[in-house]
Each structure stands twice: as structure tokens, then as C-alpha cells.
Design a protein around this ligand. Structure first.
Ligand code: NDP
Length: 310
């Protein structure tokens, strides 16, 4: 049986692993399908303290992983298929195997949200993507679209201008959610064109197994237009990865876990940190901070149990 199992290997999970490992709790990190979390899908991180010139997201994650491993954290590839939090030790099913743990730290993060259009899923990897860093280079000298009006959409659009001949940012409103500095940078880039008050009605062409264009609808004028693009990068936010815990832990209406008194959940011994419980800040540094809190609370929890057992 384990003292501490951490679900998720992003910024929150790895910080929890560093702290738990340094507390000699030999944590097991179950890495999940999106190893390294959202930072591993990003490029330059300019706002993580300690890196005045910025650092590449995947490199930052690699450093954190090495740091956790140095103090004795263990890593297991794969995803958790089931979690039974009804009694301690908690039981997780990972790759067909049962894993028992006294403490569970949930750092399973959030995954990209999709538009929900017919054929969208079938075109993922064939022109539909949620990750410009991963797929942008496939569309050299081609026209591509980015959907969304947040910082991610701006970041993806700017990254894509390295390769694409034109990047259309399609946003459903006339105001951006993105920060002013990001919008200003995007505006200054000649390759980026903004298509406001507009939604994507259709991504073509699932029957050909590739993206050939988009059908757009202006939500104010109702006008329908057709644009030829080779790729659609969907950047419309994320959904928390909490389906395993439905009915077992408290969540808000969108499925984000509700934590109280730091990282605690309603089940004693289960803690949550990072984007899975944070819909407001969602930053690498806040995820790291909450990972630290979860591990420290876990350590105190185990200590107080050991003390009361004496
Ligand atoms: P956000 O939730 O901030 O933005 C999502 C965008 O997608 C919004 O403009 C929203 O429109 C739009 N949208 C949502 N659903 C749909 C839909 N079904 N159809 C069409 N459009 C839709 O998510 P982000 O991923 O952009 O950012 C998440 C967090 O990460 C933010 O806190 C952001 O600041 C941060 N971030 C910071 C970066 C940096 O500092 N370098 C880089 C990237 C992200 P509407 O505005 O109308 O709701």
C-alpha cells in the first residue's frame, strides 16, 4: 500500500510530488494520458518566477519531474480507470491493476474543450487540433483558423504565424477575453486577421478525412460565409478532468472540484490541486502553489493520524 498517490503529472501534480517526496512519503505519480499537462503543450512561459528570459513549457515540466524523481517520487504511465473513495485506503484502478493508497492527491487538470460540431472529432489530427505547438508545423504556407477569444487563442494564432500564410481568429463576440497585451501583439501581426461576432457552423470535410474549409455564421447579421482553410485550431477553453469523482466529491456546475481549507475535499485524505479545482487563476505558478499546499496538508494529515494511533 502507498502513502501517497498523485493523479496527474502537470505543474500541480509534480510540485505535490516534490514536496511529498521530500517529506519521505515516496509518492507514486500516475502520469495520465496528457503527460506533463497543459505546460507540455505550450511554448514559451514568460510568467513563471525565476526565469527572466522565460522557459519552454516542456522544459519546465522536465525540470520538475527530475526534481521530484531526485527525492524518490515514482512515476507510472497510464490513466486511472476507476477510483473508489468510499473507504480508506482508497483504491484506484490503473491499467487493469488495483493500487491502494492512504492519501490521494488529485491533480488531473483540465482538457481542451471542443466545439461539438459534426465530424469535428473525426478530423482531430487531420487538420482539427487543440495544440498549435504540436500541429502548427504541418500547415506551412497555408491558411488556417483559430477559434476563440482568450489568451490561448491569441497565443496559438501568434505561434501559427511562424508557419501559416494567414491565420484567421474567429471569435463569437466583439470583445476579447484575452489580456490587452496579447490582443495588441496579435493585432500587430500582419498575418493575423480577426473575424468577430462569428461562429463556426461546419468544419469541412469529414468525408474526405481532411480540413478543406469552414462555414461561418455572423451572429449579428446572420450572414453565412465560406472560407477555405487547411486547419482549425480550437482554443475555447478547457473542461476539468473529474468524471472519475462524480458522486464522490463536491463539484461546481462545470465539474471543477470544490476544495476547502487549502486543498482539502469533503473526503478526509483526498486533496485536490491545480486546474482541476481552479477555474479562476489557472496559471502554472498557482497550480504549483496549490500542489505544494496539497502535499503539505497530506503530510500533516498522515502525521496527525500516526499521532492519534499512538
Ligand atoms: P478562456 O476561458 O479564457 O477563453 C476561452 C475563449 O473561447 C473565450 O473567448 C470564449 O468566448 C471562447 N469560447 C468558449 N466556448 C466557446 C464555444 N463553444 N464556441 C466559441 N467560442 C467559445 O480560455 P483560454 O484557454 O484562452 O485561457 C485559459 C486561462 O489561461 C486564462 O486564465 C488565460 O489568461 C490563461 N492563459 C495565459 C497565457 C499567457 O499568459 N501567456 C496563455 C494562454 C492562456 P467568450 O469570450 O465569448 O466567453
Amino acid at each position: 500500500m502507498r502513502d501517497v498517490v498523485i493523479i496527474g503529472s502537470g505543474c500541480a501534480g509534480l510540485t505535490a510530488a516534490i514536496y511529498a517526496a521530500r517529506a519521505n512519503l515516496k509518492p507514486l505519480v500516475i502520469e495520465g494520458v496528457e503527460t506533463g499537462g497543459q505546460l507540455s503543450l505550450t511554448t514559451l512561459v514568460e510568467n513563471f518566477p525565476g526565469f527572466p528570459e522565460g522557459i519552454q513549457g516542456p522544459e519546465l515540466i522536465e525540470h520538475m519531474k527530475k526534481q521530484a524523481a531526485r527525492f524518490g517520487a515514482e512515476f507510472q504511465a497510464g490513466d486511472v480507470a476507476a477510483a473508489d473513495l468510499s473507504k480508506r485506503p482508497f483504491t484506484l484502478t490503473v491499467e487493469g491493476k488495483a493500487e491502494q493508497t492512504r492519501i490521494l492527491i488529485i491533480a488531473s487538470g483540465a482538457s481542451a474543450r471542443w466545439l461539438g460540431l459534426e465530424g469535428e472529432r473525426s478530423l482531430i489530427g487531420k487538420g482539427v487540433s487543440s495544440c498549435a505547438t504540436c500541429d502548427g508545423a504541418f500547415f506551412r504556407e497555408q491558411r488556417v483558423a483559430v477559434v476563440g477569444g482568450g489568451d490561448t487563442a491569441m497565443e496559438e494564432a501568434m505561434f501559427l504565424t511562424r508557419f501559416a500564410s494567414q491565420v484567421d481568429v474567429i471569435h463569437r463576440r466583439d470583445q476579447f477575453r484575452a489580456s490587452k497585451i496579447m490582443v495588441d501583439r496579435a493585432h500587430q501581426n500582419e498575418k493575423i486577421h480577426f473575424v468577430m461576432n462569428t461562429v463556426v457552423e461546419e468544419i469541412q470535410d469529414p468525408s474526405r478525412g481532411e480540413v478543406t474549409g469552414v462555414k461561418l455564421r455572423n451572429v449579428q447579421t446572420k450572414e453565412i460565409t465560406q472560407e477555405a482553410v487547411s486547419a482549425v485550431f480550437v482554443a475555447i477553453g478547457h473542461v476539468p478532468n473529474t468524471s472519475l469523482f462524480r458522486g464522490q466529491l463536491d463539484m461546481d456546475a462545470d465539474g471543477y472540484l470544490i476544495t476547502r481549507q487549502g486543498a482539502g475535499t469533503k473526503v478526509p485524505g483526498v486533496f485536490a490541486c491545480g486546474d482541476v479545482q481552479d477555474r479562476v487563476f489557472r496559471q502554472a505558478v498557482t497550480a504549483a502553489g496549490s500542489g505544494c499546499m496539497a502535499a503539505m496538508e497530506a503530510e500533516r494529515f498522515l502525521e496527525s493520524e500516526a499521532h492519534s494511533a499512538q
